[in-house]
Structures are given as C-alpha cells and as structure tokens.
Ligand binder design. Structure first.
Ligand SMILES: Cc1cc2nc3c(=O)[nH]c(=O)nc-3n(C[C@H](O)[C@H](O)[C@H](O)COP(=O)(O)OP(=O)(O)OC[C@H]3O[C@@H](n4cnc5c(N)ncnc54)[C@H](O)[C@@H]3O)c2cc1C
Length: 810
C-alpha cells in the first residue's frame, strides 16, 4: 500500500509539475530501484513492473518512437484530419493568440495578464470625448431621429463628418484622428448611451470596411486617393458582403466578377464585369463608395493565372453604371441607413481591387484578419455604452419611483434585478476595455473578439430586458420621454451582425479556439499537412509528445485542483479576489482536459455536435471574462468599494463555467469517458454556488446612491445635466432623493400615521405638513422641487390619434 501511495503521489506530482519525459523516467527509475531493494513483494511482480517502465524508457529514443509510435499514428491522423479549404485555413490563421491561449494551457500565467498596461486616453483623445463627442450627444434627439425623420438631421450628419467621427482609425497623415482602440471604444460607448442610430452610423466606417481594408491592404495610390477623402467625410463608405443567399455562410457568396475586356473612361482596358445582389448593407443608401466582396473569375486567363481566383474585395464608386443603390431597409425602427445594393454588368478597372491585382482572391483573408480587431470594438462598445446608460438610469429610477410607499428598488425582487444589471455591465466594461488595451499593445485577438461580440451583445440583451422590467410602463410607451425603447429595439441587430450569435457560440468560439489557441493542435495539423513527410513526421512527433504530456498533466491538475478546490495554487493577488484567480486556474485545467478528450474521442464529429462545442466555448468565455474583470479591478486601483461588483461578476461567471462543464459531461456521447472525466473534473461534485442575495442587495445599494462606484460603472456615458438628457436628470433627482426621503418620512411618521395629515398626494401632504409645522418653508420648497422633477421624469407621452399611424403629421 505504501509503495502504491508513493507511486501515486510521485506520478501526480510529476504530472502536475509538467515534468519532462526524461526527468519522469529518472524519478520513476529511482522509485523502481528502491522498490527492488526494499520492497517485500515477490520477484515476479517486481519484474512485471519493470516491463512498462522499460517501454517508457524506450519512448525516449526518438528514431524508435518515430518508427513504432509516431509514424503509424500520423498515418491514421492524416486520414481522419478533416479537409480544410484555403478559406478555412486563412480564417484559422487570422489574428493573434493572447490571454485566450493561456486559458487553454490548464495553468494560465497570470503575470502575462496582470503586467499588461492599463488602457489610457491621451490628451487629444480625452479632449475629443469632452468636446466634439459631448457636443454631438447634446445634438442628438433620438425620438426626432427614429420617429420623425427616420434619419439623422442634416446638421448632425455634417457635424459627424466635419469632426472626424468617421476617421477614428485613419492615420493622421491622411487627415484622420488615429485614435487608439480604447479611445475609439470610449467614443462609441458614449454615443451609444444617447442614440443607437448615431452610434451604429459611426461604428461602421470605423470598423470592418473600406478604410480598414485600404489601410492594411490598399495600394499607395488607393490610400492617397481615398483615405483623405474618407477622413474629411467627402466619401461615405459601406461594405457589402451579405446577400439574399449568403448570410452567416458569407464565404458562399454567389456574386461574381469576371475579368474581361471592356471600355472605361473612353479607353479599352482589361477590367472586371460584376454582377451582384447584396442586402442589409449599413450606410448603403447614402454611401458614395461601396466596398464589395465577390468571387473573381478569369475564364479567358487574361491575367495569366488561374480561372477561379476566389473571394476578392474591390471599391466601386456609387455612380458606376449598372449599380442600383438608394433603397432602404427599416431595421426595427432604428433609423441608421441600411439597404440593398444590386449590380448588373458593372464594369470596373482591375485596380478597383483593394490592393490591386496582387490581392485578387485574398478577400476572405483580409476580412477575417480585420474582423479580429473590429469585432472587439464596435459591438462590444455600443453594447457597453447602452448597458451603462440602462443601469445608471434604472437604478436612479428605482430610487425615485415609489410603490407601496417604498422606492421600488428597495424590494428584494427589484434589488436582485438591479444587481445583475450592474454586475453584467461591469463584466462588459471590463472585457471591452482590457481587450482594447491588448489591441493597443499590438494584439489582434481573434478568439476573444468572438467571445466579446457574443457575450457583450447577449448581456446587452439581458440588461435591456431587465431595464424594461424595472421601468414597467415607463419603458414601454414610446415617445420623446422614453429613453429605453429604442435601445431595447436595437438589440437584435447587434445579436445578428458580425457573426450571428447562435453561430458564433456554436461554431466559432470553441471551434476556432480549440485549433488556434491549443498549444499543440495547430502544430500537429500543420505538421500532418506538411508535404515533406519526413520533416512533417519530426515536427508531428515533437507536438505529439508535448500533447500527450500536456493531457496527462491536465488530468492530474484537474483532479488535484478539484479535490483541493484550487486552494493552494499560486495567484497574483491576496485578499478578497484571490479565490477567483484560483478558481480560474482550476477550470482552466478541467477545460483543457475536456478539450483534449472531446477532440480525441469525437474528432471532426465535434464540429457537428454544436451544443457540446458551444458549452466548451461557454467555459472558455466564462474564464476569459472573469480574468478581464480581475484585471479591470486591478487597473482601476483595486478599489474596495467595487468589490461587490467584482465578486458578483466572478461568482456568476465561474458558476457558469461549472454548470456548462457539468452539462457538457451530461451530454457527452461516450458515457464511460464522460464518467472518467467527471471523476477528474468534479471529484467533490458541484461545489460552486452563484452569488448570494446578500451580495445582490449590497450592489443595489451601491448603485441606488450617488456613489463613486456608480459613477465608475457608468463612466463612459453622456450624463450631462441638461433639460434634454433624462439620464442626467435622473442623476440629479437621485442626488436630491436622500434629503427628500427623510422629509417624506417625517410627513409619514409625524403626519399621516398620527392622523394629522389627510391628503392623499404628496403636494397636498407638503402643504398640510407646512401648515402644521412638520416642515419648514425651506424644506417644503425642497420637497416640492423634488416632486416636480420626479413627476416630470416619471411622465410618459401620449398622442392625439392623428399623430400616430399612417397619416401622421411629420
Ligand atoms: C441591420 C443589419 C445591418 C447589417 N449590416 C451589414 C453590412 O454593413 N454589410 C454586410 O455585408 N452585412 C451586413 N449585415 C448582414 C449580417 O452580417 C447578416 O445578417 C448575418 O451575417 C446573418 O445572416 P442572415 O441574416 O442571413 O441570417 P442566417 O445566416 O440566415 O442565419 C439565421 C440564424 O441561423 C443561425 N445559423 C446559421 N448557420 C448556423 C450554424 N452553422 N450553426 C448554428 N447556427 C447557425 C444564425 O446564427 C442565425 O441565428 C447586416 C444585417 C443587419 C440585420
């Protein structure tokens, strides 16, 4: 027994510490030698034990290992390896691997994350936020935009163009603002807190589109021509990929460009004849230049290369003959410009291709590469700005709106809703700002971009629903006084664009992550595809040996961390947050184990088992988001006041990680393997709990008072106190509410309960309280002022019948 226990401890320690094969052989050799000398077991048993040890030793001899293990395995592996198109390979190669890669290791190196620079704004960026961005927010009247005009007013359009809102990513040498990713994100968040129409309009030219593509792939002539014009707002761009037959499966676009001879500006040239039908294209109705994705063919080999060149991106001026553009879609009452574009036999020169003919067929790679940055910014920032405004407004509203003689926010049911809104907003803010910081540090994080896109928009949807519930009828009745309705309506747009969410969760997050971020899988795949079979086998051998050790180590780590609840793992912080780091360590090991077993057992079939893949993606996302929360808390100076938000966020995320792992195991098709994994992943069962009600109450309290934590949580939004900004006015009322509540209490206790005051409404009660001396003149004035402000904020709009419906006056 003692020897068996010693063997178990030594094997687990070697595996946990990721000891190399030679070192493991030495240590096990010493143990075996000691057993031979000191052990009391019969000789035949000792000899039996020597056999597996000898095999282990032989594994160290590479030529032998290559011949007996690696090459036979590689042959089967090649047969099983799903074929991959160049397009898919390009998608996989796009972007960089960042913190997501660490989470795949089973033992993340926290120093890498914690030592990253906190995102900051430079002077010019701060001045832009405080100047033009504030001014733009003040100009925006979302009811006028969405209901009356179904467009931004002309003065807003010209303000946007002339102040460079469309040029945040364009370098200064071309006349752009050249903002950091973080500044870009803050600008979008602020505008989104005011108007979804304006923020979507501004997001598009700064995201994946002509400017971004030109910057990275354009020829000098194209850059010099278009970028200054785009920066000045003289050109309005759109980017057209989606069509009636190609939505989520965008690489299947049937739109064609055929290289042929034709006439262009009076001369005979070799150009491209385009036929296409696109829809849902943002800014298309007013765009002057269309970035177009199509499949390029050269049937007559006029350019001397292959016939099917592949997906290509070109810039097509709006007024090119054959282009039909200008009609509008109407996306859920949000009035940003969006519409279809068709082209019939549109002839353009070859140099319309972004990057010239050298980039023909490179369109898909260009798109996926740039998506890895753009997807981290536009939608996550818009969703975060919307969420910050929703929680800021809802908490104040819950304080000033009374029912049953209490602010509704004091009821436990509402309290818990406010708490989850706030904590989710904290997660969104943490994820988008820390990831933007990483982009500014040179990363192009493709897997995090999918996680951010998916979770920010999903949290945005939950927060929009919660805000509606907290506001009741006030959120439902549209009109100039409704500050929630349009934000609620725009949610499905964010869910659908830049990779629809079901697809992103089911196919992309884990599917791309498993190959891209796993320390060995991509190396193995590349080695297996190496046409030089000898070099491929050597590389495959190195990766395979690493992979086997990695899998054994993660099994051991998972079991040990599961048994100890990761209490003894090293983390970068002590105190209240230390345990969350430790739990991420634990789930990282379990996740790495589950990933390897799933890939080994299911192979290519895992791609079809979308729900399993989605759940593993959820675990990865939960760890990623929890890490972002911890880093964000650190970046903000580890303020104790924010701890309830940090704790709620981490607890709910890590609980999700546990639940999704549990559901993954419950649904894993190979039941014995599932049972084996469960033993290693949950040796003590499901021990992690979601946030407590008490924590929820603390958060609700934090945001229903004018605290610094409340301000930090909603730091990006437009909250200026002016008569057209309900968010600012709600804050004003919230500040007054502390004093008003104590006066109202006096009226209730000294007046109503004693029967000295009989009025049913507050204005009447104030008059009576003044009359009988419960309130002084000054106190009555304060309370009347507060009541008037609150009544205005609680008001909803109504309309004469003719103001609504088809015949309404504009
Ligand atoms: C308002 C708006 C603005 C847009 N702006 C632009 C733009 O500027 N330029 C542009 O090119 N495009 C734009 N789009 C298009 C957008 O990117 C597409 O709508 C999106 O790719 C989804 O395509 P689809 O709407 O055809 O849905 P479908 O592809 O038909 O998908 C429907 C549902 O099926 C799910 N689904 C599909 N395949 C899978 C799968 N394999 N596994 C799991 N689920 C799956 C999707 O997640 C989705 O929920 C815009 C769309 C909208 C609505």
């Amino acid at each position: 027994m003692l020897w068996a226990a010693a063997l178990l401890v030594i094997v687990l320690t070697l595996a946990y510490r990721r000891a190399s094969l030679p070192l493991s052989c030495c240590v096990l050799g010493l143990l075996l030698a000691a057993y031979w000398v000191l052990g009391t077991a019969p000789e035949w048993w000792k000899a039996t034990l020597t056999v597996p040890y000898a095999l282990l030793i032989l594994l160290n001899v590479r030529p032998l290992r290559l011949r007996l293990v690696t090459r036979p395995f590689l042959r089967s592996y090649r047969r099983l390896l799903p074929s991959m198109s160049a397009t898919e390979r390009e998608a996989l190669d796009a972007g960089t691997v960042w913190w997501d890669g660490e989470l795949f290791t089973g033992g993340p190196d926290w120093q890498k994350l914690m030592s990253a620079k906190a995102p900051t704004l430079n002077e010019a960026e701060q001045a832009f936020l405080d100047g033009p961005c504030e001014d733009l927010c003040a100009m925006l009247d979302d009811w006028d935009i969405t209901h009356v005009r179904a467009d931004l007013p002309p003065e807003v359009w010209s303000f946007i163009k002339s102040n460079g809102f469309f040029a945040m990513i364009i370098p200064k040498r071309y006349g752009g603002l050249e903002f950091s990713a973080y500044a870009h994100s803050c600008v979008l968040a602020k505008i989104a807190s005011r108007s979804g129409t304006a923020s979507s309009t501004i997001a598009v030219p700064n995201s994946l589109g002509p400017a971004e593509l030109l910057l990275h792939y354009g020829t000098d002539a194209q850059k010099n021509h278009f970028l200054p014009r785009l920066a000045r707002g003289e050109e309005v761009p759109c980017f057209a990929l989606t069509g009636p037959r190609a939505g989520s499966d965008a690489a299947s676009i049937p739109d064609t460009g055929v290289i042929c001879k034709g006439r262009w500006q009076g001369a005979d040239i070799i150009g491209i004849k385009l036929n296409f039908s696109k829809r849902y294209i943002t800014l298309a109705p007013i765009a002057t230049v269309v970035g177009l994705a199509f499949r390029l063919f050269d049937p007559e080999r006029l350019m001397g290369g292959v016939e099917d060149l592949g997906i290509t991106c070109a810039l097509i001026p709006r007024d090119t003959p054959g282009v039909s553009i200008g009609r509008r879609h109407f996306p859920l009452n949000v009035a940003f410009q969006n519409g279809p574009i068709q082209g019939v036999d549109v002839f353009v020169p070859i140099d319309a291709i972004i990057g010239g003919f050298a980039m023909a067929g490179q369109g898909w790679r260009m798109l996926v590469e740039q998506l890895s940055v753009g997807r981290c910014i536009s939608l996550p920032s818009n969703a975060t700005g919307g969420a910050q405004a929703a929680v800021y407004a809802s908490a104040a509203y819950a304080r000033i709106r009374r029912q049953f003689n209490m602010p509704i926010g004091r009821f436990e049911g509402v309290e818990q809703v406010l708490a989850r809104m706030a904590a989710r907003t904290y997660i969104m803010d943490a994820a988008r700002s820390v990831t933007a910081g990483a982009i500014d540090g040179g990363e192009k994080p493709s897997v995090p971009s999918a996680m951010l896109k998916y979770h920010s928009t999903e949290f945005g949807r939950m927060i929009a629903n919660d805000a509606m519930d907290v506001h009741g009828g006030k959120g439902i009745c549209l009109g100039p006084n409704n500050y929630l309705g349009r934000g609620y309506q725009i949610v499905p747009v964010a869910i659908t664009v830049e990779g629809a969410n079901i697809l992103t969760r089911s196919l992309i997050i884990f599917g791309q992550g498993a190959v891209r971020c796993h320390p060995f899988v991509l190396r193995e795949m590349n080695a297996a595809r190496n046409p030089d079979h000898d070099a491929g086998a050597l590389e495959f051998d190195r990766a395979l040996m690493g992979h086997v050790g990695f899998a054994i180590s993660n099994a051991a780590r998972s079991a040990i961390l599961g048994l100890t609840l990761a209490r003894f793992t090293r983390v970068p912080q002590t105190g209240a947050t230390a345990r969350y780091f430790q739990h991420v360590n634990r789930y990282s090991a379990s996740f790495a184990l589950a990933t390897d077993v799933a890939m080994l057992a299911l192979g290519g079939y895992l791609k079809k088992k979308e729900t399993l893949s989605a759940r593993l993606g959820d675990v990865l996302s939960a760890m990623y988001l929890a890490s972002m929360v911890l880093k964000h808390h650190e970046n903000q100076g580890r303020l104790p006041e924010d701890l309830p938000l940090v704790e709620w966020a981490c607890r709910s995320l890590l609980y999700q990680a546990q639940e999704q792992l549990h559901l993954f195991l419950r649904n894993f098709p190979n039941r014995p393997l599932a049972a084996f994994m469960r033993l290693l992943i949950f040796p003590r069962g499901l021990t992690y709990f979601p946030p407590s009600d008490r924590l929820g109450r603390d958060i609700a309290d934090l945001i229903m008072h004018p605290t610094a934590a409340r301000e930090r949580l909603s730091r990006d939004i437009y909250k200026t106190q002016e008569s057209h900004n309900p968010v600012g006015l709600l804050q004003e009322a919230l500040v007054l509410s502390t004093m008003a509540e104590s006066l109202e209490k006096r009226i209730r206790v000294d007046g109503i309960k004693t029967g000295r005051i009989g009025a049913l409404d507050l204005p009447g009660q104030i008059s009576e309280a003044l009359h009988i001396g419960i309130l002084s003149e000054a106190e009555a004035a304060v309370l009347r002022d507060y009541d008037a402000k609150v009544s205005k904020l609680l008001a909803v709009d109504d309309f004469a019948p003719q103001e609504l419906g088809a015949g309404r006056a504009g």
